[in-house]
Design a protein around this ligand. Structure first.
Ligand code: ADP
Length: 461
């Protein structure tokens, strides 16, 4: 069974409140009753002594004042005490049971009833205690005061305990109401942002990429989810745009050589052109272009898969880069760009030499493409203790700051028209990055438009 978060949270709050109330009530009753019993027992003792004291002052020169004694005795009976007064010689002066036995029995029954209603297990028993009765100067008799012990409750005391429990019940009710309100409120604080996230992800799943959650939550984790969803939406949007551009670029790249091939072949078929060596060389050039594009795509797909395709061997990176540089010298010379190679320290590291050469070739051919005649390209290999660094620095056109973070993306060209003119299709750097990352290394660039660029590959040794 699945729960709504709101019900679940509210119920938890309610349970906690209920538990607290029960514990507090039980403890309060326990503690209060213990002290209450003590209080009642002490009060009874005091009352009895008071009765004895008041009786003492009722012996005048003409003997006991029977009317006053009766008043005291009846008042005591109301408090649950049965008074029996004897004089110094031990003969009975006044006895409540003699005075009004019916009322005594009724009173005692009432006490048993009241106290048992509160304490069903109450085991009281009737007992009498004797107190001396004195005037100011001497002892003039004794009074036996009987009541139910060890304690009993009269009506007011019972009313007190009952109202205390009623108060506790109200407090409990209030606490439960409060807990429900707080539970609902704090559940709302969580469920509302969660519902927002759910709606946003649903929209993203439906294909919308402009979804952003702008409302802030004061709960950090929930805020984190919102940020993650926004990031997801943004990055999906970027990926989609990239994919669309990729498809468009692919179509464009393929169309140019295919259109040339088609028109040239049609001219040959129609007999407009003779199939001489020049014409065929043109056709061949276009086919080479197509082939380059397809193999670039293939390479990229292969390296973006990760390190599994590498065959690593211990390689002297200085020798490897030197060989690549020498292979390109002719091209650089033809364009009038100076190419220089520097090596600093031994730089042996386990790598896939063919793939690493490919990455360096891509950097080098970019440097050649984007450096006008008269410029310089410096290739440097530095062997450190922990890393090997390959740097390719040119004095070419440079890269605008807004393009820098994106040039390693597939098919990204800082300047489409110029790049196309130079034969680039925006894959060279993607391949270089895929190769370097498959080796566990990093590739980065620093550039200043108009002054040149420097690409750096860093490999761990
Ligand atoms: P391309 O085949 O278009 O050269 P790359 O992936 O190799 O594709 O490069 C992506 C983009 O980065 C290029 O279109 C170009 O704008 C820019 N770029 C790469 N290398 C250089 C460089 N050395 N100097 C200036 N711009 C460069």
């Amino acid at each position: 069974m699945t729960w709504r978060l709101r019900s679940r949270l509210t119920l938890s709050y309610l349970l906690v409140a209920l538990l607290s109330v029960v514990v507090v009530s039980v403890l309060a009753n326990f503690v209060l009753e213990a002290s209450f019993r003590r209080y009642v027992a002490t009060t009874q003792e005091q009352n009895a002594r008071q009765v004895a004291a008041r009786l003492g002052s009722q012996l005048g020169p003409d003997g006991w004042d029977q009317a006053a004694i009766t008043a005291i005795g009846m008042a005591a009976l109301e408090q649950g005490m049965i008074v029996k007064l004897s004089d110094a010689s031990g003969s009975m002066v006044w006895d409540a049971t003699v005075h009004n036995n019916g009322l005594c029995v009724q009173m005692l029954n009432h006490i048993v009833q009241t106290t048992s209603s509160r304490y069903p297990n109450w085991q009281g028993s009737y007992s009498e205690t004797s107190y001396p009765v004195r005037t100011s100067f001497r002892e003039v008799g004794s009074v036996a005061i009987g009541y139910y012990g060890p304690f009993f409750l009269d009506d007011q005391e019972l009313a007190f305990i009952n109202s205390l429990n009623r108060l506790l019940a109200w407090v409990a009710l209030g606490a439960l109401g409060f807990a429900t309100a707080i539970g609902l409120l704090s559940a709302r604080r969580i469920t509302v942002p969660l519902a927002r996230v759910a709606l946003a992800t649903q929209r993203i799943a439906e294909g919308r990429r402009d979804v952003r959650i702008v409302e802030k939550s004061r709960i950090r984790e929930l805020d984190g989810i919102s940020t993650a969803v926004n990031e997801l939406s943004r990055s999906l949007g970027e990926q989609e745009a990239l994919r669309r551009r990729l498809t468009a670029d692919m179509a464009h790249e393929l169309r140019t050589p295919l259109a040339t091939l088609q028109s040239h072949l049609e001219a040959l078929v129609d007999g407009v052109w003779k199939p001489d060596a020049d014409r065929l060389a043109d056709l061949h050039e276009e086919i080479l272009r197509l082939n380059r594009l397809v193999s670039d795509m293939e390479n990229l797909a292969r390296f973006e898969g990760g390190a599994t395709n590498l065959s690593r061997v211990d390689t002297d990176v200085v020798a490897l880069v030197d060989a690549v540089v020498r292979n390109h010298e002719a091209q650089f010379r033809a364009k009038g760009v100076a190419l220089r190679f520097h090596a600093d320290g031994p730089a042996a590291t386990p790598c896939d030499p063919d793939r690493l050469s490919q990455a360096v070739i891509n950097l080098l051919s970019n440097a050649l493409k984007y450096t006008p005649a008269g410029g310089t390209v410096d290739v440097t290999v530095t062997g450190g203790r922990a890393v090997v660094e390959i740097a390719v620095a040119d004095t070419g056109v440079g890269i605008a700051a807004e393009d820098l973070p994106r040039i390693f993306e597939r098919f990204y060209r800082a300047d489409s028209s110029r790049a196309r003119a130079t034969g680039g299709c925006g894959i060279g750097l993607s391949i270089a990055r895929a190769i370097v990352e498959a080796h566990g290394g990093t590739i980065g660039v620093e550039s200043e438009p108009g002054r040149g660029s420097e690409f750096r590959i860093i490999l761990l040794r």
